[in-house]
Design a protein around this ligand. Structure first.
Ligand code: PLP
Length: 421
């Protein structure tokens, strides 16, 4: 076997993985037709492309009253505001996610309360969520992270018991199903990002699925500068312009045509990858929850024992990348994000409630372990290159594990030189 590519050896894979987003003449025609129609913007909401897109999106996801907006962060802010969650209310968020999940409650004026994750799936641990509930808690914001779904049975039970609103962050989970029900249709709201790296994209955008028409009307009003969207046309809200343009929605209508085949391919390849990965020493697979009946995903996470992989998770990520595999380090533990420290933020919420943002004595052991020591994340592109793409990924990881002593040396040199890898 050749040396690690990091150390000058030949990479396992020299051919690039397929690019994202995918496009063809249909996208060009769809945008051209909107341009020619003169109906470019999102006003009045919803325009014909937008209406068609959200109808088909909700149908694909299997339910919910959909509202279209500009991204998958305001979707969560709008959901909370539509449910009257606001100033000083507490919203439970998982400790391992993109910062948007915690920034959205702050934008609504609420306090994100960080809950540690379950090490078996890196999603919010329901027991720890229940333990974090106070009289001020108004909502739970679980994230379906990577190719996992949060334990929605447990979360919905807790929410019902404590009368909490549930907003599912489904930015990674378009098409995923829990007991046959679509992600985002289980809670009061399901929030989806359509940003360009996501598996269903319009370039930028977001869809919010709402449990009732009433919530959807309120959300539609909030994103439409506060104009009434209730049946009687009387309810004004405190709104802003978060409408998506028709040009973007047109891209969504084409993306929906491709989506089922892409999701099926990823899911099939995931099953194949898991068979190979589980045989590599030092690899820990995350839980395969039988209730998660369709696995449609944006990135795939698994865990390693760093001692069997050269000592450093980010060394493994760098080694895989050098071997031609799109791997990532994932997110920081939420309590470590500098953004949420009161001294670093000019947002009102941290300054008004500094006790909630003093993380100096806060420990989220599982999120910290995952984010700093044992999680490895693969890009969805790995799953769209057929069995060869998967074989190359597994071969690269096996190579890195076989040569973990060389990798440990490389990591030592990087550290001595003060380089981050
Ligand atoms: C888990 C998660 N939530 C929310 C978002 C925010 O989506 P957007 O970039 O569309 O605002 C993202 C990604 O960008 C994400 O990964």
């Amino acid at each position: 076997m050749s040396k690690l590519a990091l150390m000058g050896g030949a990479p396992v894979r020299s051919e690039p993985y397929p690019q994202w987003p995918v496009f063809d003449q249909r996208d060009i025609d769809a945008v051209t037709n909107v341009v020619k129609s003169g109906r470019w913007g999102g006003f009045p909401y919803p325009g014909p492309q937008s209406k068609e897109f959200i109808r088909r999106f909700a149908e694909m996801q299997g339910g919910g009253y959909p509202v279209l907006m500009v991204n998958g962060t305001v979707t969560m802010e709008v959901a909370l505001r539509a449910a009257n969650v606001g100033w000083g209310d507490e919203v439970l968020v998982p400790a391992m996610t993109f910062q948007a999940t915690a920034a959205a409650p702050m934008a609504a004026g609420a306090i994100p309360v960080i809950v540690d994750v379950d090490k078996e799936n890196y999603c919010m641990d329901p027991k720890k969520a229940e333990a974090a509930i106070t009289p001020r808690t108004k909502a739970i914001l679980p994230v379906h992270l990577g190719a996992q779904m949060a334990d929605m049975d447990a979360i919905l039970e807790i929410a019902e018991k404590h009368h909490l609103i549930v907003v599912e962050d489904c930015a990674h989970a378009h098409g995923a199903k829990w007991r046959g029900h679509g992600a985002g249709t289980l809670g009061h709201f399901g929030s989806f990002s359509l940003q360009s790296s996501k598996i269903l994209t319009t370039g930028e955008g977001g869809v919010l699925l709402c449990r009732t028409q009433e919530l959807a009307d309120r959300a539609a009003s909030i994103i439409d500068c506060g104009r009434p969207h209730d049946p009687e046309g009387k309810e004004f809200t405190m709104g802003a312009n978060y409408r998506m343009s028709e040009l973007h929605a047109a891209l969504g209508n084409v993306a929906l045509e491709r989506f089922p085949a892409q999701a099926k391919e990823r899911e099939e390849m995931l099953g194949y990858l898991e068979e190979s990965l589980s045989e590599i020493p030092g690899v820990r697979m995350l839980r395969r929850d039988p209730r998660h009946t369709t696995r449609s995903f944006y990135m795939y996470g698994f865990a390693i024992d760093p001692d069997q992989f050269g000592g450093e998770r980010l060394g493994v990520v760098a080694a895989l990348e050098a071997e031609g595999i799109p791997a990532e380090g994932g997110y920081e533990a939420m309590n470590r994000y500098s953004l949420f420290q009161p001294t670093n933020s000019r947002l009102a919420v941290p300054s008004a409630f500094p006790e909630h943002f003093d993380f100096s004595n806060v420990s989220m052991p599982e999120a910290e372990r995952g984010a700093e020591h044992d999680s490895i994340w693969l890009d969805e592109r790995v799953f769209r290159a057929g069995p060869k793409g998967i074989d190359d990924m597994a071969a690269a990881l096996r190579k890195v594990q076989d040569q973990h002593e060389d990798l440990a040396e490389w990591v030592k040199v990087q550290k001595a030189a003060g380089r981050r890898h």
